[in-house]
Write a protein that binds this ligand. Structure first.
Ligand SMILES: NC(=O)c1ccc[n+]([C@@H]2O[C@H](COP(=O)([O-])OP(=O)(O)OC[C@H]3O[C@@H](n4cnc5c(N)ncnc54)[C@H](OP(=O)(O)O)[C@@H]3O)[C@@H](O)[C@H]2O)c1
Length: 344
């Protein structure tokens, strides 16, 4: 989006599951255009390009995508251990960056990626798409307007059972498998957002984290739960996993009520209505708050990049650089608590 009225030209780096969801999002966005795709194989790049409206530039290597003058912004959709290399190289190539979550394997990698974005003066955002949704904006509004009084406690979860998955990344340690890195960032970042808004800020980091978890035979965390203490005495109970199906939701309790979020992470992916439930003390019948959005969830994420492009980073509730660093610090603490390390 170099000139007013023109679209931001996206290059998609990798052609797996989430790359397809984001490409569909760009097609439905207000600001984006699919300019190029790259895969480690020409065949996969061609298949992806054909699937998403005939993307013009299809590259058989990620390097060629970074050399493509038609590409202004790169969407990095590899497994997490490759995020650092490609995000830094994209920054050095002068491309704006939306990098899938987690932005790196740990705080140290996140710092290096952010430093590269700063040095090369490009936009960078970690792709927690739920932060760009109308539903998350409504949760922020309700908390900041005191709809449930003073926030005291948060419960948040994101767990699924990937099942037998020998070729997939979810249980493969070399590909960054495990629950905390794959989905633990969702409940932790939600707690950071809510606790922050409750304290009048964009986000807050936990003062303390305790956790237990189960490491499976591949050495990654199959399921784990953490408790965290935030400023203002706000407590959080957070769960995640990739080998156990559990309820996925968010509950935020305050002195004057509770907000229940049945679909916290992927509300209305193609646009439409979602519902928040507002419970008052002593009343089991919730007030239903309907949130309607005309935006595709991943299209809204692409539009968030375009909106903040000139500022080089997004504003809360989308992920800014300091919050990404705070989140990675919190996930590192969670990993350490359960003895999870990717160092060997
Ligand atoms: N925000 C969300 O909603 C969301 C949802 C799911 C995943 N994610 C994140 O997105 C990233 C990718 O997840 P995914 O589910 O899309 O994974 P995936 O389906 O396994 O796809 C990953 C892609 O990365 C490329 N790749 C490069 N090096 C690879 C290697 N050594 N092994 C395997 N693939 C390699 C491949 O594309 P080519 O063959 O084309 O090179 C592959 O298709 C992860 O970091 C994950 O946390 C985000």
């Amino acid at each position: 989006m170099t000139e007013e009225g023109t679209k931001l030209n996206w290059g998609i780096l990798a052609t797996g599951h989430i790359a397809g969801a984001f490409a569909e999002g760009v097609q439905h966005s207000r600001s984006g255009r699919l300019a190029a795709v790259a895969s480690r194989s020409q065949e996969s790049a061609d298949r992806f390009a054909d699937q998403f409206g005939g993307i013009a530039n299809r590259h058989p290597s990620y390097d060629l995508l970074l050399e493509d003058p038609d590409v202004e912004a790169v969407y990095i959709a590899t497994p997490h251990p490759m995020h650092k290399e490609w995000a830094i190289r994209a920054a050095q190539a002068g491309k704006h960056i939306l990098c899938e979550k987690p932005i790196g394997m740990d705080f140290d990698e996140a710092e290096q990626i952010i430093a590269a974005a700063r040095e090369n003066d490009v936009f960078l955002m970690e792709a927690y798409m739920y932060r760009c949704s109308a539903q998350t904006a409504e949760i922020v509004r309700l908390i900041s307007e005191g709809a449930i009084g003073e926030v005291k406690s948060i419960e948040a979860s994101f767990s699924f059972d990937i099942g037998p998955n020998p070729d997939g990344r979810h249980l493969n340690k070399a590909l960054g498998g495990g629950g905390i890195l794959d989905v633990g960032g969702y409940p932790m970042s939600m707690a950071m957002l809510v606790a922050g808004v409750a304290c009048g800020k964009g986000y807050a980091e936990p003062d303390a984290i305790k956790a237990v978890g189960h490491l499976g035979e591949t050495g990654v965390d199959e399921y784990t739960s953490a408790v965290a203490l935030f400023p203002g005495g706000i407590t959080a109970r957070l769960s995640c996993g990739v080998a156990l199906e559990e309820p996925i939701n968010v509950s935020i309790a305050g002195t004057e009520g509770r907000i229940f979020v049945p679909l916290p992470w992927k509300p209305a992916q193609k646009g439409g209505a979602t519902q928040l439930q507002l419970f008052r003390p002593g009343n089991d019948d919730p007030e239903v708050i309907e949130v309607v959005s005309g935006d595709h969830l991943y299209g809204a994420e692409a539009d968030t990049v375009a909106r903040y492009l000139d500022a080089r980073q997004a504003c809360s509730p989308a992920m800014g650089w300091d919050e990404t660093l705070g989140l990675m610090r919190a996930l590192d603490a969670w990993k350490a608590e359960i003895g999870l390390s990717y160092g060997d």
